[in-house]
Design a protein around this ligand. Structure first.
Ligand code: MG
Ligand code: MG
Length: 247
């Protein structure tokens, strides 16, 4: 069931989204050669609870971390561990926060030090793909236009679109209806003012194929080439959309 949120609910999601955004800014400053993904996780946890929020992912279906940290060929769901970040890595950080019963969710891929030109290309165009998708959103538009725009943009840049994982509705639950695919689909859902969704393209430098590691969480590219992930939680408005996961 797709729910349309009331202004007071959107206000709480916006507050959750601000904590998500601020946590991203904080982690960005700590993303340096030598830091472990567990250290990043601890910084995120401490900050989020200091803001009276709680990490949405912690304990979600048994996930042990507060955030997901996915490095280079890791697509999503990287589990915080003793693994160290190195100069030249690209690091996807996915953060969800629940605040007074409402969630917000946003992922961003960061460059650590000097990265390869092809990685830079992947980052630039995955972020652009997110905004190509968002641009289609307004009250009365078809949800399937989001995926079509993202896929068309990604293919024009010769990037691989991950199809096994999709965006989602969000609100009282981290994952709600509807699914928000990043590719051409036949959804007949019409967006309405007050719907809140997370749009989150995951693009691979080469092949779109992915697999799960034996830890049962981390998703990686099959060809070991890099992957990027950009996500915002938004609310549909009369004229377009408003991003909830930023200041
Ligand atoms: Mg996310
Ligand atoms: Mg999400």
């Amino acid at each position: 069931m797709i729910t349309v949120k009331q202004p007071n609910e959107i206000k709480l999601m916006k507050k959750a989204g601000e904590i998500v955004y601020d946590t991203h800014q904080l982690l960005k400053d700590h993303l340096k050669d030598g830091i472990t993904t567990k250290q990043l996780d601890d910084i995120a946890y401490n900050y989020i609870v200091s803001q009276k929020g709680y990490p949405s992912f912690k304990g979600y279906q048994g996930f042990p971390g507060s955030i997901c940290v996915s490095i280079n060929d890791e697509v999503v769901h990287g589990m915080p561990s003793s693994k160290k970040i190195k100069n030249g890595d690209i690091v996807s950080i996915d953060i969800g926060v629940i605040y007074e019963g409402y969630h917000a969710d946003s992922a961003w891929t960061y460059a650590v030090g000097k990265i390869k030109d092809e990685d830079e290309y992947l980052l630039i165009h995955t972020e652009k793909a997110l905004f190509e998708g968002l641009k289609t959103i307004k009250d009365g538009s078809y949800l399937n236009e989001i995926g079509l725009a993202i896929e068309n943009y990604a293919l024009s840049k010769k990037l691989g679109v991950v199809k096994e994982l999709v965006g989602h509705g969000i609100g009282r639950n981290l994952h709600e209806d509807p699914d928000v695919p990043n590719f051409k689909n036949n959804s007949q859902i019409i967006l309405k003012e007050g719907m809140t969704i997370a749009v989150e393209p995951m693009l691979n430098l080469k092949s779109p194929k992915i697999k799960m590691l034996s830890d049962g969480w981390t998703i990686v590219t099959k060809d070991k080439k890099p992957s990027a992930h950009f996500e915002h939680t938004i609310v549909v408005t009369k004229e377009g959309y408003e991003i909830l996961t930023k200041r």
